[in-house]
Write a protein that binds this ligand. Structure first.
Ligand code: PHE
Length: 377
């Protein structure tokens, strides 16, 4: 009796296993790794919401190649070292056919090394450091890169802010920050500007008084902070505390509702460049903003959400054109991506596996992000 019962259990378990296997085969697994918690949770939360919105819409319309897409998401907790581990797990255990992620360049670079090694295509929504896609032929992105963003910011500082003497405060532990500072500096100097002080900090720092006091002594026209919102907001606060009322500005890393929450009135009149504005009158942007708000409790999508959405559209477009879920075939199709229309404009992947898109400049006004101008590539 006991034996029979046990063999029955074995048969039951085996058939359940068979069912779940066949279910797996009827869906296409795409891996997503993101900073869903931790220091830059705003990045991962936003990109994830955009990505999921796109996948759900695609599934509602029948999926791709006759199959539904299953998004398998993993959280790296905004920690360095985690992305490589979870991406390896997504590839070897979950057998994902492609990867979406990340926002922060340093973490994308960690994951890209693993993706390249296993030959699984990876598409970053928002990492702008050039080195990310240089890691190998399996690594792509749907956003512009920092030589363009740095140049756009240098031109903005010279022409619009009329700044001649600028101090830079770089996060030396972030590939993104170091890169953006370099590209900004090059163009700003070429345009006749002067860098009065090159100051630095490390991710996670909370006290910037020493650097800001030294900056104040040089009497600059503006301060450039190429970094992420957590530190940028504190830097703005402490600069105001020290009585500095000059403009502070940064790049896309400033974008998060937390900039306003942490920074309060200290971030009024600060500027940053980013990938998109929800205020754009373009019909594809309007449609995206509406769909996003409906799905996510009235929340207005930011740049990370828009890029997360676009990354999913571009990947699914590639799977469709590949006519296959083989990673090598998806890779080939990704490399020939052309004019895929999304929330951040049209994505065309170039020979370096990057995209070329316009940037927008945002100002913080009356506690809100407000569109200033677009910078064409
Ligand atoms: N571009 C930043 C990086 O490479 C990440 C980022 C993108 C942050 C878009 C905010 C908005 O690290």
């Amino acid at each position: 009796m006991f034996h029979r019962l046990r063999s029955l259990t074995v048969i039951l378990t085996l058939s359940l296993f068979a069912i779940s296997c066949s279910r797996d085969q009827s869906s296409i697994k795409i891996g997503e790794y993101a900073s869903l918690t931790g220091k830059e949770a705003a990045f991962g939360q936003s990109s994830h919401k955009g990505t999921l919105l796109a996948i759900e819409a695609i599934n509602e319309e029948g999926g791709v190649l006759g199959k539904k897409i299953q998004l398998v998401s993993e959280d790296n907790q905004s920690k360095s070292g985690e992305s490589a581990t979870i991406v390896k797990k997504l590839i070897t255990r979950e057998k994902v056919v492609a990867l979406l992620g990340e926002v922060a360049s340093s973490r994308s670079m960690e994951a890209a090394t693993v993706a390249q090694q296993f030959k699984v295509p990876m598409l970053s929504p928002a990492s702008t450091n050039p080195k990310v896609t240089e890691i190998g032929d399996y690594i792509f992105r749907v956003c512009f890169i920092d030589p363009f963003q740095g140049t756009a910011l240098a031109k903005f500082a010279r022409q619009d802010l009329k700044a001649k003497r600028v101090a830079i405060l770089t996060s030396v532990s972030s590939a993104y920050s170091v890169g953006l500072a370099t590209y900004f500096r090059e163009r700003f100097l070429a345009d006749g500007g002067e860098i009065v002080l090159d100051s630095r900090f490390t991710e996670g720092d909370k006290d910037f008084k020493a650097q800001l006091t030294a900056i104040k002594a040089t009497n600059p026209d503006a301060i450039f902070v190429p970094g992420y919102y957590t530190e940028a907001a504190l830097i703005c606060k402490q600069a105001r505390d020290l009585g500095m009322n000059i403009p502070l500005f940064g790049g896309d890393g400033w974008e998060a509702p937390e900039l306003l929450k942490i920074g309060g009135t200290a971030v009024e009149g600060t500027y940053y460049s980013t990938h998109y504005s929800p205020e754009s009158p373009a019909p594809e942007v309007k449609a995206f903003v509406e769909k996003f708000k409906k799905r996510w409790n009235g929340e207005t999508p930011d740049a990370m959400a828009a890029l997360g959405y676009d990354s999913a559209l571009v990947l699914v477009d590639a799977i469709k054109r590949a006519g296959s879920t083989e990673p090598a075939k998806i890779r080939e199709a990704l490399a020939t991506t052309k004019d895929v229309l999304g929330a951040t404009g049209r994505t065309t992947i170039d020979a370096q596996r990057n995209a070329t898109k316009a940037a927008v400049v945002i100002v913080v006004k009356d506690g809100k992000f407000s569109f200033v101008k677009a910078v064409e590539p």
